[in-house]
Ligand binder design. Structure first.
Ligand SMILES: Cc1cc2nc3c(=O)[nH]c(=O)nc-3n(C[C@H](O)[C@H](O)[C@H](O)COP(=O)(O)OP(=O)(O)OC[C@H]3O[C@@H](n4cnc5c(N)ncnc54)[C@H](O)[C@@H]3O)c2cc1C
Ligand code: SF4
Ligand code: SF4
Length: 422
């Protein structure tokens, strides 16, 4: 009998997986497609599976781009907020196409911009994320070439996605046909892609537009199953599943094989169930607001009299955070073409309507310090102003976050849920 030898583990992947720091972006699978594949692993996250030794150049490229290892932000001449990162312009708005506005998670502004990019010929297709045909609560990366494709992929999907794993196919298409793409991904996906584009002019030409959204974290598939169970919707009878959208914020809605529907409010589905299943990397995420994107989109929630976000159904409104000159030009063109309607947004209200982002950013320095004290791997962040954000927190709250993360890290060190690559 012959034994199959495991390939030598990649030091970069080993560190990320040992620290449970993978965000599941798929960059490593794109940089070493013959050696790394993304696979669903318990409790339902996409993780790299290394099946062959990594060439030295792929190892170095993964070490430079992997968001599990860290992220570098350079604000340049842009204004740079300790909570929201570098930005040029903030507006609120929505797609003028009523179907896109309705299908979108917020106001469909992101999808409205994508449709405009296709209509104007700025790009030929969009790499984005849509419901999986095979597993309705899961995601597939799709290539959208038409307004109908964009509408089908609109709406937030609180489930793992690894859109960067599709890059080798997109690059092959670009080489063969000259086609150019816009890319939509989580902030960590876009940070990794931006890092991959540094020093790679072909990748910059192939994908000239990078878009993202504010991201509170990715829940596991077990989280989706807990939601299905609460909805009394058996997974083997699912015809389709939406996490939200079709209204703002819209409902988590399961459609069964007999055409009946079960649904739950955004407040209960995200706040009550899914947010409890978010991966570790997201709890130490310094960039949930898409600092590497040309434009980042978010919910432009209304605030109540006490300044808290209101989740009652309303005509959708997206927050539009322009982060680059390219983003400003694209937004201006989309507005001039009538694809997106915009209105002024008061940036001083953002901390009140995005409490999750605000609190995580302020807590991050304390959480990272706890990981380091416990001897656990932590992402290395540069230029993200974490100390300035921590100063906005009372000492008591920083101490609470420090101790909470320290307890968690010590538990993980004494036999926690980490599995090094083969
Ligand atoms: C996991 C997750 C967490 C989020 N957390 C926040 C938050 O804390 N605060 C906040 O304001 N907004 C958050 N959002 C974003 C918000 O739900 C909207 O996406 C944003 O307001 C833009 O709305 P829109 O109507 O303009 O976008 P739409 O027109 O609906 O377009 C949505 C785009 O996002 C893509 N997409 C959807 N799900 C995924 C996914 N899992 N991975 C990659 N791409 C995806 C779609 O392919 C589509 O291109 C989150 C979204 C996700 C997926
Ligand atoms: S974060 Fe992305 S690049 Fe890093 S190991 Fe995970 S999938 Fe690979
Ligand atoms: S919270 Fe951060 S690490 Fe987690 S999926 Fe979102 S952008 Fe990636």
């Amino acid at each position: 009998m012959t034994m199959t030898q495991a390939p030598p583990a990649s030091p970069a992947l080993n560190k990320v997986l040992r620290g449970n720091l993978c965000s599941g972006c798929g960059a490593c699978a794109a940089l070493a497609p013959k050696a790394v594949k993304m696979r669903m692993t318990p409790p339902g996250f996409l993780r790299p599976d290394q099946t062959a030794p990594l060439p030295a150049d792929a190892e170095a490229a993964i070490a430079a781009a992997c968001p599990g290892l860290g992220q570098t932000v350079d604000a340049g001449t842009r204004r740079d907020d300790a909570l929201w990162g570098p930005w040029i312009d903030m507006q609120m708005g929505h797609a003028t196409d009523p179907a896109l506005r309705h299908a979108g998670a917020s106001g469909g502004a992101l999808s409205g911009l994508l449709a405009h990019l296709l209509d104007s010929g700025a790009v030929d297709a969009v790499i984005e994320t849509a419901a999986s045909d095979a597993v309705p609560v899961a995601n597939d990366t799709v290539l959208a070439r038409s307004r109908d494709d964009i509408r089908a992929a609109a709406g937030s999907r609180y489930a793992p996605s690894a859109p960067l794993a599709a890059l080798p196919d997109a690059l092959a298409d670009h080489r063969a046909s000259g086609r150019r793409f816009a890319f939509v991904g989580k902030p960590c996906d876009v940070a990794a892609l931006r890092a991959m584009q540094t020093g790679d002019p072909e990748l910059r030409t192939a994908i000239p537009v990078l878009l993202s959204f504010f991201c509170a974290g990715v829940p596991s598939q077990d989280g989706a199953r807990a939601l299905l169970s609460a909805l009394d919707a058996p997974e083997d009878r699912l015809r389709s599943f939406r996490y939200r959208g079709n209204g703002w914020p819209g409902q988590a809605t399961a459609q069964l094989d007999d055409g009946s529907e079960r649904s739950m409010s955004y407040h209960n589905s995200w706040g009550g169930i899914l947010s409890k299943h978010v991966q570790h990397r997201c709890k130490v995420c310094a960039d949930g607001t898409g600092t590497a994107a040309d434009i980042a989109f978010a919910d432009a929630w209304e605030a109540d009299a006490r300044g808290y976000p209101v989740f009652s159904e309303a005509p959708g409104q997206s927050l539009i955070v322009v982060r680059s000159d390219t983003g400003q030009r694209l937004l201006d063109e989309a507005v001039a073409a009538g694809a997106i309607a915009v209105a002024p947004f008061d940036a001083t209200t953002l901390a009140a309507i995005q409490p999750g982002q605000r609190e995580r950013r302020r807590a991050l320095a304390a959480r990272l310090a706890a990981l380091m004290l416990a001897g656990r791997p932590a992402p290395r962040y540069r230029g993200l102003r974490l100390v300035a954000a921590a100063r906005q927190n009372p000492l008591r709250r920083n101490a609470k976050n420090f101790l909470g993360m320290l307890r968690r890290a010590l538990r993980a060190r004494s036999g926690g849920p980490t599995k090094p690559p083969r």
